[in-house]
Design a protein around this ligand. Structure first.
Ligand SMILES: NC(=O)c1ccc[n+]([C@@H]2O[C@H](COP(=O)([O-])OP(=O)(O)OC[C@H]3O[C@@H](n4cnc5c(N)ncnc54)[C@H](O)[C@@H]3O)[C@@H](O)[C@H]2O)c1
Length: 352
């Protein structure tokens, strides 16, 4: 079988900790041919560490060597590199969030449609076994039509003090675009990706701007901190469903929370840990999973699905039109927070 020739663009944390090791576990399907980083020393040391033959500092020079790339750069470069790769006939797995704005996402989808190549986004929470179980239960109609989602991705004091996570120019925002996006994506997928139509949101950063903050994940400069550290939102969808959403890097709460629940007409689910809640046989029944199959790393399942989709062997799980809905909601939350008004979302009929 012909192997998929892979290039890695951006050789920092997520490339080294997740994507490169995951591709090396499926070396029967994928061979990593090249790595690119604007920092030559980083690219060279990663190539040496993982035995990658070719090294570049300019991503456009790498395209002729590969069939597919994985983009692990700061968010600002996601759209530019994705579009250039697709135009060069190269499949793309781009880290989350899809891009800085919905407008960029639209251009990425147009490039994918024109090239006929695969474009996917790194929303790996979908590949967690609890998420897979929840999707299966919903698809098999155990909870009927899903109508209300509640999603909370809350960290009490974990502002990432490393890398560029608090750099608005490179990342586009803070807790919402960085971590909350995973919970938006997973909730939307579980709801069946209805189109978002209206959003009311509020983004805060009071805590991280105060001096002398306690922080569990390194240190940051409170004087220059200009991204969100706590966000709340209410989102409605074209099928009548709605979502209550909250995310934080810093909040005065008892403890960290990772919660998604979906309430349907015939039952409900909690995702973490997985639980099915029903009103049945004259009783209120709560069923907890005693065991869920699938102990593989979600990052590995993600790259395998991407590689198989490129090779034409499997349906792509994270579709770009779905990932774009996350960006639509993020844009609308930031806009609503600034204006104090709810924001209506225009959905392009040609995309979904
Ligand atoms: N899926 C997840 O849970 C998850 C977790 C962490 C990070 N991420 C995402 O991965 C991306 C990278 O995050 P990270 O933590 O690895 O950051 P990082 O800062 O550790 O690494 C980014 C690397 O990209 C390089 N780079 C910057 N611009 C470039 C360009 N134009 N061309 C080539 N290389 C370039 C930098 O030199 C750096 O080595 C971000 O989009 C982030 O949101 C996703």
């Amino acid at each position: 079988m012909q192997k998929l020739k892979m290039g890695i663009i951006g050789a920092g944390g997520i490339a080294q900790d997740r994507h490169i090791p995951a591709y090396q576990l499926i070396s029967d399907k994928v061979s990593i041919e090249a790595v690119c980083d604007v920092n030559m020393a980083t690219a060279q040391s990663v190539a040496e560490k993982f035995g990658i033959p070719k090294v570049y500092t300019d991503y456009s020079e790498l395209f002729s060597e590969v069939d597919a790339i994985t983009i692990c750069t700061p968010n600002k470069f996601h759209a530019e590199i994705t579009i250039a790769a697709l135009e060069a006939g190269v499949h793309v797995l781009c880290e989350k969030p899809m891009a800085m704005t919905t407008k960029e996402c639209e251009a990425m989808i147009e490039a994918a449609n024109e090239s006929g190549k695969v474009l996917s986004i790194g929303y790996h929470y979908r590949f967690m076994k609890e998420s897979q179980a929840a999707k299966k239960v919903i698809v098999e109609q155990e909870i009927g039509e899903p109508i209300v989602a509640r999603a909370q991705a809350l960290r009490r004091r974990k502002v990432p003090g490393w890398g560029v996570f608090t750099n608005k120019e490179l990342q586009g925002g803070g807790s919402l675009i960085d971590w909350g996006c995973h919970f938006l994506d997973l909730s939307l997928w579980l709801l069946g990706n209805p189109k978002p139509v209206q959003v009311m949101g509020k983004a805060y950063n009071h805590l991280s701007k105060m001096p002398g903050q306690v922080n569990q994940w390194g240190s940051f400069d409170h004087e220059t901190f200009n991204v969100d550290d706590h966000v709340t939102a209410y989102i409605t969808f074209d099928n009548g469903a709605s979502m209550l959403f909250e995310t934080s890097w810093a909040a005065n709460i008892k403890e960290d929370v990772e919660h998604i629940s979906i309430s349907g007409l015939q039952g409900g689910i909690d995702v973490f840990p997985f639980e099915l809640n029903q009103a049945k046989h004259g009783m209120l029944l709560n069923s907890q999973a005693n065991w869920i199959p699938g102990d593989e790393d979600p990052g590995l399942i993600q790259v395998r699905n991407f590689a198989n989709a490129c090779l034409g062997e499997e349906e792509l799980i994270v579709k770009p039109e779905e990932a774009m809905q996350v960006s639509q909601i993020i844009d609308a939350i930031y806009e609503s927070s600034q204006t104090g008004q709810s924001v209506k979302i225009d959905n392009r009929e040609d995309f979904v």
